[in-house]
Design a protein around this ligand. Structure first.
Ligand SMILES: [Zn+2]
Ligand SMILES: [Zn+2]
Length: 486
């Protein structure tokens, strides 16, 4: 038997200012075998990139096990505004939604109002349920028991791991059909392998239903890192390394802080994404203490100077935030191109101890042993230091070098993409030196007295196309931090 429910209403701009989230209870009877939801709303935004006037209403759903902030045991999926309908059934569901038993009781549809016109927005939701009318005792035997709905996917490492550390290259940010991307998880992962990446984090918006597919592809010669791009109406943040769903319903710095505690306590890692005006930007100014910042998002010319400036400001203020890169790819061939770049643009290089594994890569990032390059085949750039003057350059990006007042410390920058480009050395946000390079592989040495200085980092800059468009960054390092001892 089909049961149908229609939910209509109006949300004022004032309601949205109080909270951008609205819950609509949906009573699900016993023996429901399929839940289908479709929705629409007044005056949707039509201009590209969400420009111009109009409304944007996102959608998701919780089952009766609960929708409490952070500890919402009933999370069953989210599709943002990427789809106008979805379904959940015991053995299948729309990507982004969790298949499994349709637990009877009050489900909560979640509407998220990303944008609202001054006169508010009208919504119209239709819920269709298929209810099994067989004798309840017969149906009982077919009940799919509530329990761990998602397959658990424990840390795995790539076969043939190396016993010592090595540089691994990858991409920390991309999307699939599980949110607003156009490709399947398999297509995205195949493309990452083809492009020679050693690791890939798949970070769909506000859901974790792609993790199970990553586990299924774990035999491929690439380390797959489960992620979620926590997508709030005040900015986006990537969370890597957790299997469970991470709450995104944050509307202030305190709730972001609570999500951060949850993720870090469980051993995950966090990056604030695309902190630039076209990001969408990062507006949780009061939230601090996150470990990473996506300083390089998509090709450099996409406003990344802005993010770089923000990062230098943080470093100058003493926040040791690790710069990472992410392509934010939403489509690759054969699907319709949504942007002019692919996975690994940019490419994040991580020094992983003990061979490639999810944990060694996340640990390398945590320690800041990271540089970023425009492409997997692009320039590499490595900054090291000899802290004790023994001729061995044992300190690298992310490390801290200590030296006594007045003592000089030697540094070395190595690159293999230097031809006709310039090496910029940056100390405390200001250029220390600019060195023109005339060959591809080059090593530049310099020394510094540390007193009063707090970090040094390197960039490889050069033209891309016409000189009047100015330089771009081809590769950049994380800083070596400097400390003067008494
Ligand atoms: Zn984003
Ligand atoms: Zn993204």
């Amino acid at each position: 038997m089909e049961r149908s429910l229609r939910l209509e209403g109006h949300i004022s701009a004032e309601d949205v200012r109080r909270s951008p989230y609205l819950y609509l209870p949906v009573p699900v009877p016993p023996r429901a075998s399929r839940l289908h939801v479709s929705y629409g709303y007044s005056e949707p935004v039509t201009a590209p990139f969400g420009m111009g006037p109009g409304n944007t209403v996102d959608i998701g759903i919780f089952d009766p096990r609960g929708h409490d902030f952070i500890h919402a045991a009933g999370f069953r999926g989210w599709s943002g505004s990427a789809r106008r309908e979805f379904f959940i059934a015991p053995h299948e569901a729309t990507p982004g939604y969790i298949r499994g038993p349709l637990i009877p009781g009050d489900w909560q549809l979640l509407l998220g109002i990303e944008r609202v016109n001054p006169d508010g927005v009208r919504y119209d939701v239709t819920v269709n349920m298929t209810v099994d009318e067989r004798d309840p005792s017969a149906a009982e035997t077919e009940t799919v028991h509530a329990g761990p709905i998602q397959a658990q996917n424990k840390g795995r490492s790539r076969p043939g791991g190396h016993p010592t550390g090595r540089w691994l290259k990858g991409d920390l940010h991309c999307h699939t059909v599980h949110s607003d991307g156009l490709n399947t998880v398999e297509e995205i992962v195949d493309s990452a392998v083809e492009r020679g990446l050693d690791f890939l984090a798949v970070t769909d918006h506000n859901t974790n239903t792609h993790h199970e597919e990553l586990a299924r592809l774990s035999h491929l010669p690439i380390t797959l890192i489960p992620g979620e791009e926590v997508t709030t109406y005040w900015g986006h943040a990537n969370m890597w390394g957790l299997r469970e769903w991470i709450d995104f319903r944050c509307a202030d710095a305190e709730s972001m802080q609570a999500v951060q505690r949850f993720v870090l306590q469980k051993g995950g890692l966090i990056s604030v994404n695309h902190p630039k005006s076209v990001g969408p930007p990062w507006l949780f100014e009061g939230w601090r203490g996150y470990p990473c910042l996506e300083v390089w998002h998509a090709p450099w010319r996409f406003y990344n100077w802005e993010s770089l400036e923000r990062w230098d400001d943080m470093l100058r203020g003493g926040e040791q935030v690790v710069a990472v890169g992410g392509s934010d790819v939403h489509s690759i061939p054969p699907k319709r191109p949504m942007h002019p770049h692919g996975l690994g643009n940019p490419c994040t290089w991580v020094y992983a101890q003990g061979g490639p594994s999810e944990e060694s890569i996340l640990q390398g990032i945590r320690e800041g042993h990271v540089f970023i390059s425009d492409d997997p085949k692009g320039a590499q750039l490595i900054l090291t230091a000899d802290a004790d003057g023994d001729g061995k350059f044992e300190k690298t990006m992310g490390d801290t070098v200590e030296a006594a007042e007045g003592q000089r410390v030697s540094f070395r920058v190595w690159t293999n993409g230097g031809m006709d480009r310039r090496l910029w050395l940056i100390c405390d946000g200001l250029p220390l030196d600019v060195i023109p390079l005339d060959r591809s592989e080059a090593t530049h040495s310099f020394s510094l007295e540390l007193s009063g200085r707090s970090y040094v980092r390197a960039e490889l800059r050069g033209f891309r196309g016409r000189a009047d468009r100015g330089e771009v960054i081809w590769a950049m390092t994380n800083p070596i931090f400097l400390k003067t001892t008494a």
